[in-house]
Design a protein around this ligand. Structure first.
Ligand SMILES: CC(=O)N[C@H]1[C@@H](OP(=O)(O)OP(=O)(O)OC[C@H]2O[C@@H](n3ccc(=O)[nH]c3=O)[C@H](O)[C@@H]2O)O[C@H](CO)[C@@H](O)[C@@H]1O
Ligand SMILES: C=C(OP(=O)(O)O)C(=O)O
Length: 419
């Protein structure tokens, strides 16, 4: 199993290019199942999760080709079976995103229940209840969601909680339903908007994406489209934090500043000078130690849970005491326990971590437990004195394209080796 070794202490300086967003590419690739003609998707990040989604489509008999620039061509008309098997779903929860499209387009879907993961229980009851409200027969049997339907019927769906993939699944299902579907309390994340724009390019009739009320007028068929995935705001945020924590000067290119308002606000509060332009963000710490910043995660446009661990890393070495509160997932603090091994002063009280910044961290072997926890340990390793070994980094390959190459480009002392 690979590990990352990071020598701490170098301020990161330079430019880095941001890849396409994992959390937009995955629903869009699942959404290709809805089309009756070939679909072409560009700016797809080269990530393990994307490979898994493509493998999943391939297992169903869908024709997928990828060129050397990660443009993915999908022809779903060759599909043989509407099944997402356990062995793939257990490696990637986002496999659940094929449920809505399969049911809407082919009238059947057998999708393994994702189950919990390192950050929480993560049920999918809202996805299932929404599909039932649209007329589907959905049974849970032998660890599988077995869904059957004739043509789905439009419905008014009031989501019990704001759920990103739940909104996406129901949005995709609604595109081919008979009549109008209204999704109330919809997720407003940019990735939901990107998916909606992709579906519209295929002929869907959708309004309100990006607000908490999405209206879909079902159409009988969706056709082909050519679409580019939006840039990854969480990857961009992670490299900006790398600049901030290391007291460096980092420019991210290909990023959307307007998708990072809450994150940039907190980086400014931490003492960073930030400038933004068309598809770039520049962060300069001018050699300063960051100030501690309080964080409270919540659905977009508030502070994203997928950036919580990275800001916890900044706070471990910041000037002052901070409170980091996680409101989305009940178990997203595993990185805090590993950071303590690097000398961080962290006390956990329920869903809040109280972090007292220390002047320095010291290297230790640490274990990555999930994707963003891994990123936060890399960030902590960038400033810990000595060489930090991060084990189980397969988590990071799910969501960060060529992370060691990109960090090296910024001057980091980082290498991958077999543990
Ligand atoms: C592939 C993808 O896009 N993943 C993102 C997506 O995950 P994902 O879509 O799985 O997360 P959700 O938005 O669904 O989760 C929000 C909360 O709702 C709860 N819930 C959700 C669905 C449901 O049927 N019942 C229920 O109770 C979850 O347990 C969680 O507490 O949004 C999360 C929240 O921004 C991000 O951290 C993930 O990176
Ligand atoms: C939690 C994440 O991903 P997933 O929903 O795929 O587990 C993430 O991207 O931080």
């Amino acid at each position: 199993m690979d590990k990352l070794q990071i020598g701490g202490g170098t301020p990161l300086v330079g430019e880095v290019r941001i890849s396409g967003a994992k959390n937009a590419a995955l629903p869009i690739l699942a959404g290709t199942l809805l089309a009756q003609d070939a679909v072409s998707v560009g700016n797809v990040p080269h990530l393990q999760d994307v490979t898994t989604m493509i493998e999943l489509l391939g297992r169903m008999g869908v024709s997928v080709t990828i060129d050397d620039r990660m443009r993915v061509e999908v022809d779903a008309t060759t599909i043989r079976e509407c099944v997402a098997p356990y062995e793939l779903v257990r490696t990637m929860r986002a496999s659940i995103l094929v449920l809505g499209p399969l049911l809407a387009r082919f009238g059947q879907a057998d999708v393994s229940l994702p189950g919990g993961c390192a950050i929480g229980a993560r049920p999918v009851n809202i996805h299932v209840d929404g599909l039932r409200a649209m007329g589907a027969d959905v049974q849970i049997e032998n660890g599988y969601i077995r869904a059957r339907a004739g043509r789905l019927k439009g419905a008014r769906l009031v989501l019990d909680m704001v759920t990103v993939t739940g909104t996406e699944n129901l949005l995709m299902a609604a595109t081919l339903a008979q009549g109008e579907t209204v999704i109330e309390n919809a997720a407003r994340e940019p990735e939901v908007v990107d998916l909606a724009e992709f579906l519209v390019a295929m002929g869907a009739r959708i309004s309100g994406a990006g607000t908490d009320r999405i209206v879909v007028e079902g159409v009988p068929r969706l056709g082909g489209a050519s679409y580019d995935v939006l840039p990854d705001r969480i990857e961009a945020g992670t490299y900006l934090v790398a600049g901030a924590i290391s007291r460096g000067h980092v420019r991210v290119r290909g990023a959307r500043p307007d998708h990072l308002d809450a994150v940039l606000l907190k980086l400014r509060e931490a003492g960073a000078h930030i400038e933004t332009g068309d598809r770039w963000i520049d962060l300069n710490m001018c050699g300063r130690r960051p100030d501690a910043v309080d964080i409270r995660t919540a659905p977009y446009p508030a502070f994203p849970t997928d950036m919580q661990a990275q800001f916890a890393a900044i706070n471990t070495v910041a000037q002052g005491v901070s409170a980091v509160t996680e409101t989305i997932f009940e178990n997203r603090f595993m990185h805090m326990l590993e950071m303590r091994r690097l000398g961080a002063d962290i006390r956990i009280e329920g869903s809040t971590a109280i972090i007292r910044g220390v002047p320095k961290l010291t290297a230790a072997p640490v274990m990555a437990t999930d994707l963003r926890a891994s990123a936060s340990l890399v960030l902590a390793g960038l400033v810990a004195e000595g060489t930090t070994d991060i084990h189980r980094i397969y988590h990071i390959d799910r969501g960060y394209e060529r992370i060691e190459e990109k960090l090296k480009q910024l001057g980091a002392d980082i290498r991958r080796s077999s543990a």
